[in-house]
Design a protein around this ligand. Structure first.
Ligand SMILES: C[S@@+](CC[C@H](N)C(=O)[O-])C[C@H]1O[C@@H](n2cnc3c(N)ncnc32)[C@H](O)[C@@H]1O
Length: 274
């Protein structure tokens, strides 16, 4: 038995903070309150870990393409080069934020390696983002993992449906899509509601309000309607048990005060069969 056991975290990401470089007072922001937002933040950690496990598993099976829709400050490419450099990683995001991220990656010395493709797209613009992906080197004959986390709430339901339809119609056989969505407020646990409301206020103040919410049944129905043959919902509770059960027994990473994760974005995993 080691004398000192290193604390294990659901996910460790210090590069995201370097990229964002927030003002000194960021910890005092209401949407960063460690208690009120613990459930919401736990859900974000769990979704990120879920996606990383999925990508590692798929890469282990020989899947060579990873598409991150609404990548934002995703740092998988920088944090997990042992996996990401064996893949072709496509980060899809709005042109402005993506240009800013490119600049930050260069300023911090990470650069943009050949296997990392930054693809500027606005999902609300109605254009054919799949063509842009192909122009950036996506091979529509090879399987891919496609993920979209923390994005559906910012888009109209029409734009979300169009994005899903495009993926279902065009993604190569044996590909997997994992995307998250927000539950309507009335389906949240009482304990989680204040955290989500703080996050909502933060999003509104940043002029990027949450506008789309889904029940799990609604999301699964949409996935099947647009053409996914097999769609599953992975609830926040399942994720909490998977990633935080150890800490809630007093070991490993510090437990959030409530780990149900209901407030957070819920992954719907659509194992697409074409
Ligand atoms: C909260 S961030 C999520 C980032 C990351 N996927 C994660 O899980 O943490 C939302 C991302 O969606 C992107 N986004 C929002 N509206 C978009 C649109 N109309 N077209 C493309 N990307 C959009 C934003 O630029 C941002 O990077």
């Amino acid at each position: 038995m080691p004398l000192v056991q290193r604390r294990r975290h659901g996910i460790e990401d210090e590069i995201g903070l370097q990229l964002a470089a927030p003002d000194d007072g960021w910890r005092r922001r209401p949407d960063m309150d460690p208690h009120a937002t613990s459930g919401y933040r736990a859900a974000i950690v769990a979704r990120a870990r879920f996606i990383e496990d999925l990508v590692a598993e798929q890469a282990g099976r020989g899947v060579g393409q990873y598409v991150i829709l609404g990548a934002g400050l995703d740092t998988f490419a920088q944090r997990r080069p042992e996996i990401s450099s064996r893949l072709r990683v496509f980060e899809v995001d709005q042109p402005g934020p993506q240009a800013w991220k490119r600049q930050r990656l260069i300023e911090l010395g990470f650069g943009v390696p050949e296997w990392l493709r930054l693809v500027p797209v606005d999902f609300e613009a109605g254009g054919d983002w799949w063509e842009r992906l192909a122009a950036a080197g996506f091979d529509s004959g090879q399987p891919a993992v496609v993920v979209s986390t923390g994005v559906t709430m910012y888009l109209t339901k029409d734009a979300n449906a169009a994005t899903l339809r495009q993926i279902a119609g065009l993604a190569p056989p044996a590909s997997t899509l994992a995307m998250t969505f927000l539950l309507p407020t009335e389906l949240l646990d009482d304990a989680d509601r204040p955290g989500l409301q703080a996050a909502e206020r933060g999003a509104r103040a940043a002029a990027t309000p949450f506008i789309s919410f889904y029940t799990p049944d609604e999301m699964l129905a949409l996935a099947r309607e647009v053409g996914f043959k097999d769609a599953q919902h992975v609830s926040g509770t399942v994720l909490a048990e998977r990633y935080f059960a150890e800490s809630s027994r007093g070991r490993g990473c510090p437990a959030p005060s409530h780990t149900t994760g209901h407030a957070g974005p819920h992954p719907a995993v659509c194992q697409a069969v074409w």
